[in-house]
Design a protein around this ligand. Sequence first.
Ligand SMILES: [Zn+2]
Length: 189
Amino acid sequence: MPLLNDILDYNAAFIDQKEYQNLITTKTPNAKAVLLTCMDTRLTELSTRALGFKNGDVKVVKNAGATISHPYGSTMRSLLVAIYALGAEEIIIMGHKDCGMGNLDVNSVIDTMKSRGITDNTLNTIEHSGIDIQQFLRGFDDVTQNVQTNIQKIYNHPLFDQSVPIHGLVIDPHNGELEVIQNGYEFTK
Ligand SMILES: [Zn+2]
């Protein structure tokens, strides 16, 4: 059965059996923190449970590689809104070992796009409009460095309140073990 059908069947039973009652919380994070991490499937639950967060404890922002690719893009906006409007008082940037965005082969991604019908003409049009597709799709070489780079992007953002601690972590997606890249309390103003 197609996935959406499965989802809708499950959802009807979920509502009917009032399973949502176990998940009721507020929009304010109990731990007063926002976590930026990767969309990796191994981190779906591990990224919060290995940190001791339960449902409702933390705002979670996820994308490919736990990366802020643009200072005025949606990831940065989410972090700022979490701080200024949704009750977060600390930021945690958590990359992970064995990330799919580490050493991503951009040319291979572009080749796959072409094999699925994206034409050179389209790619050229995008390039001519000022978008560097290689840069747009690019991952990172080193996860520790990527976490540090993202911390700096936030810290130096003109709209960021530098009294907010930014912690940098790398998690092992196999067992949840954390490595501290930056203790944010040591760098707040
Ligand atoms: Zn990843």
